[in-house]
Design a protein around this ligand. Structure first.
Ligand code: URA
Length: 234
């Protein structure tokens, strides 16, 4: 979020007035005077006007994180592995919304808003989640059609997935795969079933929330539009 917008949201002044304060050198970020209007405030930044700390008072916090490999998507881990909340340096107790496997990378949302967490993880809402799958070998149309129709797992059946080949290599294939459920290891089970096990898995979107160019291990606040989208889900 741009500095002047952050200041306006924090109730310091209007956006126009905030721009004047910035130009006058009255604004510091992490102890340093910032006169650049385009400065982008990061979630962990501390912003001051005339020496007084500004804070955006929101009832809840909503974060998008690009989860690295080897990090677990829980709040604590009995094996002492790094967790997604270890990567977020905010004085708020946040919880991941849903799970990614320890070896899956990409978009995971975190919040302290229990209502939103229940909504997104509740099967009724059928929020689409898109993954970039690296699958072993070269699945053919017949095999991918099995995923499109819905894979049977014991007594259960997964709903049909949207599947699109992005790139073929000699030994594996990159496939964009969208599912509307969130069953345990769902993508891995699907590709295992058609004989093309997953080698790499990365989530790039949850509903309308995109990973975009967020670097691995980094996080950002969701925008007002993204928060309103989550709140408006019916
Ligand atoms: N499906 C999987 O198999 N693993 C994940 O982490 C997410 C979806």
């Amino acid at each position: 979020m741009r500095l002047q917008k952050y200041m306006a949201h924090a109730g310091a002044a209007s956006r126009r007035k905030s721009e004047e304060y910035i130009a006058e050198g009255r604004v510091k970020v992490n102890g340093q005077v910032i006169t650049e209007l385009g400065y982008k405030v990061q979630p962990s930044d501390k912003v001051y006007l005339d020496g007084k700390r500004l804070k955006i008072i929101r009832e809840h916090t909503y974060i998008a994180l690009n989860k690295p490999m080897g990090v677990v998507s829980t709040v604590s881990d009995e094996k002492g592995r790094k967790t997604v909340t270890d990567l977020i340096d905010l004085d708020r107790r946040l919880y991941p919304i849903g799970r990614l496997d320890v070896d899956t990378t990409g978009l995971i949302l975190l919040t302290d808003d229990g209502e939103i967490t229940n909504k997104i993880t509740h099967p009724k809402y059928e929020i689409e989640k898109t993954y970039i799958v690296t699958a072993e070998g070269r699945p053919d149309k017949r095999e991918l059609d099995i995923l499109r129709k819905g894979v049977k797992v014991g007594q259960e059946k997964f709903k049909g997935a949207k599947v699109k080949i992005l790139k073929n290599f000699e030994e594996d294939t990159i496939i964009e795969t969208t599912i509307s459920e969130g069953k345990n290891h769902q993508i891995k089970i699907m590709y295992e079933k058609i004989g093309h096990p997953v080698k790499k898995l990365k989530r790039i979107s949850v509903g309308e929330i995109q990973l975009g160019n967020l670097e691995i291990g980094n996080y950002r606040f969701l925008s007002d539009d993204e928060i309103n989208y989550l709140k408006g889900l019916k």
